[in-house]
Design a binder for this molecule. Sequence first.
Ligand SMILES: Nc1ncnc2c1ncn2[C@@H]1O[C@H](COP(=O)(O)OP(=O)(O)OP(=O)(O)O)[C@@H](O)[C@H]1O
Ligand SMILES: [Mg+2]
Length: 355
Amino acid sequence: MTESVAAVEIDGVTKRFDDVVAVDNVDLAIDDGEFFALLGPSGCGKTTTLRMIAGLDLPTEGSLRIFGDEVGMAPPDRRPVNTVFQAYALFPHMTVRQNIEFGLRMRRVRNPELGQRVAEAIGMVRLAGMEERRPDQLSGGQQQRVALARALVNQPKVLLLDEPLGALDLKLRQEMQQELKALQREVGITFVFVTHDQEEALAMSERIGVMSEGRLLQVGTPREIYERPASRFVADFIGRTNLIEASVESPTMVRLADGARIAAETSMPTGSQVAVSLRPERVRLQPRGTAAADGSSLDGEVCDITYLGHAVVYAVTVGSTSVEVRSEGEVGEPFAPGDEVTINWDHGAAAVVAD
Ligand SMILES: Nc1ncnc2c1ncn2[C@@H]1O[C@H](COP(=O)(O)OP(=O)(O)OP(=O)(O)O)[C@@H](O)[C@H]1O
Ligand SMILES: [Mg+2]
């Protein structure tokens, strides 16, 4: 039996630019055929990580393997990877076909292989019929497809994508997300997709790596990252959440400053200062006193109501904090500011997060 080897394996990689630590001791293994997203705010080190995989930057420390081969110091053209950037960098004076062929011609690939591979790449990105147009005769989405085809035609084992949809408006962006996801399934190669847009990462990827200030904070499936954030940063960065300050009372219970208790599992020691993450859409609002005191409810008072059409958002004052409650598909508005209420949630919706 052969052991499966990671498509990309990053071991203790650090990248410094003078005194800036752009990437800080990152360990990461990306599986063969996986759609992996690197997610984090501007400046957290996503592009630098991608550039090191591509060979466009060299790590200051650590090692990097692609399909088991050490490539830490290898030049870009010696790596089975291709990169698609946000600025597509198409050659403006060349046609779609010439743009896509360019890399193959440089490597002296000739017909009939050249023609076959180009036609295949054009088919994959659905640009048939547009081969003779120049980039300025294409829409943003079509230009993005040319950039993709130009990378795919080289048959890389790993495709690196750095905010490839960043220049597109929201609707086109969402269409391209679905298209890219389908394309990745079809070609089966490993995609490493960089984005600062958490919804995009959740919608597209099999696993997400969340970065902040050069460090990789958490790696997991979209569901794991959303439901079980490992830190305040991740809980807050992915979607909206309520972070309620608390201290650990037992492995299954935390206590708020005013003495109220919330049932939630934690491995943090007794007395640790933590926060409980409660997603607004997991919390329900009921008239005061209707929920059992089982550690999955709190008493509060409605302080503000925001009508969003598809949802109503309530701000509920609970002790010294405000908890956001999001009610989807509500027809009327059964509560008014000043109402005394009880908020409750299913056991398990409360996640304890430390720093
Ligand atoms: N060539 C360079 N010289 C000096 N500092 C750099 C260089 N490239 C990146 N940095 C710094 O390294 C850090 C990480 O940058 P990087 O481009 O990887 O961030 P990013 O996560 O891709 O951000 P964005 O979402 O804005 O693209 C930043 O502080 C940046 O200023
Ligand atoms: Mg970047």
